[in-house]
Design a protein around this ligand. Structure first.
Ligand SMILES: [Zn+2]
Length: 591
């Protein structure tokens, strides 16, 4: 299923038609620019002048040969000439000044729909390395708030293991109430890690939350579990209007483009109960996409979103999954937003110890009968607490059951198992025979190997080296990369790339020895290989003529910076579909 020549032939014809339309639109929209340029009628229909040319860069195309070029052209939202662009009278020229360019990063497993439905002004802290960093990020956020009632929130996506005490960097902790007051004296603040905390708040937040029955310690600490969930429920029930959800969606998109993640495959939420049983990963699976679709309808979207449907029923008949498969369509939509498959759960009962009566195998058969894609997650564990079959093996059995129901479905529909920290070679061999595939994530970077956290050496992975080597065999499994952000893990792909290439956790301890892969390899997983995971390898994942023009200009050279500087990589210019969706102000974009 590599590139399809028929499709490419069709593409030229479509581009011919779009080109004429775009030229007509440009003549009215560009105003003064058009006045000093040739009239559109001077250009022949089907002309190949680029709309935009980027030049003088180190453009890593991530094509099959890992070609690097210095310039490229974009026309009508797609790459038109890679390496030898044709300027025309109206072409906008951008001088890259030697900067490194990579394809738009694709995250094949995250939860950006949850992030876009956070109550309050959710403010990512995944790039904060100290209490001082948190204070700076929050103070900047507070400066942009509309009024004193607006909440600053950070609900998941970061970990206190990342946040150093200002005086003793080996100590990692939440900021205290007074430290938060120093940064945000007027507005209420609430932060919590993971699904249900613990968390912290400032003085303004504490008085509001205490009035709601939340127990807050004098230093602002809020215990994990019911106390954090009570605070979260209150914020959701009082702050989440439709307008606020759309604003939150735009905030999430805005953050994504600053770190270069241009396409997201969302893996759903646990179904909300609107009680304190809900944590950060709960939302209403039947309404949470609405603000995203509205933002797309309004033409304001900055990223591409692909939407999986999560089903986690314990009813053996999985009635909601049955209805989904009857009433929805996989892979329906447009280049910006479309549906995906069923995932990251298809039924209850695989994590951490599947019960013998799990509906999972029947759900797998059901998904196979409907000829959909299934994506599931595996933490690969078998511990003394959970002595049952490891979830990965249980899922392999489910995939086999699906194959009996509909032979070839796993390979044809590209079924996926995600995360896989503890897989063994034997499991990979079995998955390869069935035609299954793996999405890898580096979330152990944050928590693996910490005091109070069992290191579980075999589970500190995934074993990137073993898996990537296995994928190179003829008919090998396909492998992609993902963040599993934004509750237990950061979205920032450069942190996950740091972990995959160094094996080091956030304290600098080597927790994944002998399993490192190269920077070229992990970037390929995050770009070219992930195009395949979306079933969009003809359109996304590399900088090649005819593909959608998604790219990121980086603030430093990913391929040569010291390891620690990988974490500091950001976009200075992000382009999606030929449109500048983020301009860090470093390049001169005047024409
Ligand atoms: Zn997930």
């Amino acid at each position: 299923m590599a590139s399809d020549n028929g499709k490419r032939r069709g593409f030229s014809r479509r581009r011919f038609i779009q080109g004429a339309a775009a030229a007509a639109a440009a003549s009215t929209a560009l105003g003064t620019r058009a006045a000093r340029a040739a009239k559109p009628t001077d250009l022949p229909p089907g002309h190949t002048d680029a709309d935009i040319i980027l030049q003088n860069g180190k453009i890593h195309t991530m094509d099959a040969q890992n070609t690097v070029v210095s310039s490229l052209g974009i026309k009508d939202g797609r790459f038109i000439q890679v390496g030898d662009p044709h300027p025309g009278p109206r072409t906008r020229m951008i001088d890259l000044r030697g900067r490194t360019v990579v394809p738009g990063i694709i995250d094949n497993h995250n939860h950006i729909v949850l992030m876009g439905n956070r109550p309050g002004y959710h403010t990512p802290l995944e790039n904060a390395y100290s209490v001082t960093d948190v204070q700076q990020i929050y103070a900047a956020r507070a400066a942009g708030l509309p009024n004193r009632d607006a909440w600053i929130t950070t609900i998941g996506g970061f970990h206190t293991n990342h946040i150093a005490d200002p005086l003793n960097p080996a100590v990692r902790r939440f900021p205290t109430r007074l430290e938060l007051d120093a940064a945000v004296p007027n507005n209420p603040v609430f932060m919590m890690i993971s699904f249900t905390g613990p968390g912290s708040t400032n003085s303004a937040g504490r008085s509001i939350l205490q009035a709601q029955g939340v127990t807050v310690a004098d230093n602002g600490a809020i215990a994990g579990g019911t106390q954090c969930s009570r605070a979260l429920l209150y914020l959701r029930q009082t702050l989440l209007t439709p307008e606020e959800r759309r604003r939150s969606v735009l905030d999430a998109m805005q953050y994504a483009v600053t770190i270069g993640v241009t396409t997201h495959l969302d893996q759903g939420a646990f179904q909300a109960t609107n009680t304190t049983a809900d944590g950060a990963a709960h939302e209403d699976n039947y309404t949470m996409h609405i603000p995203f679709l509205e933002v797309y309808d309004q033409g304001k979207a900055l990223i591409r979103t692909r939407i999986n449907f999560l089903h986690m029923e314990s009813d053996p008949n999985t009635p909601e999954l049955a209805q989904r498969l009857k009433n929805a369509f996989p892979f329906l939509g447009n280049e910006w937003v479309k549906t995906g498959g069923i995932g990251e759960f298809i039924a209850a009962g695989t994590n951490p110890a599947p019960p013998l009566n799990s509906p999972f195998p029947d759900a797998a058969r059901r998904v196979a009968r409907a000829n959909w894609r299934a994506e599931v997650h595996s933490l690969g564990r078998r511990t003394t607490q959970n002595p049952g079959k490891p979830d990965f093996e249980f899922e392999l059995d489910g995939f086999l059951a699906a194959e009996v129901e509909r032979p070839g479905v796993v390979r044809a529909q590209r079924w996926v198992i995600a995360h896989v920290p503890g897989v063994h070679q034997d499991w990979l061999d079995r998955l390869e025979k069935i035609g299954g595939n793996l999405s890898l994530t580096g979330w152990q970077y944050l928590a693996g190997g910490f005091p109070g956290t069992a290191l579980d050496a075999p589970y500190a992975g995934p074993p990137f080296r073993m898996i990537v080597d296995t994928s190179r065999r003829p008919n090998g499994i396909h492998v992609g990369m993902s963040s599993d952000g934004m509750q237990i893990a950061p979205m920032n792909p450069w942190l996950h790339m740091y972990f995959a290439t160094t094996g080091l956790n956030t304290l600098g301890v080597l927790i994944n020895p002998k399993q490192q892969i190269t920077r070229q390899e992990v970037l390929s997983l995050y770009t070219r290989q992930n195009g395949w995971f979306l079933r969009e390898e003809d359109d996304l994942g590399s900088i090649e003529e005819g593909k959608l023009a998604d790219l990121v200009v980086l603030n430093s050279d990913y391929f040569t910076v010291p390891n620690d500087d990988l974490k500091k990589i950001r976009s200075v210019l992000t382009v999606v579909g030929g449109k500048v969706v983020y301009d860090g102000g470093v390049l001169d974009l005047r024409d």
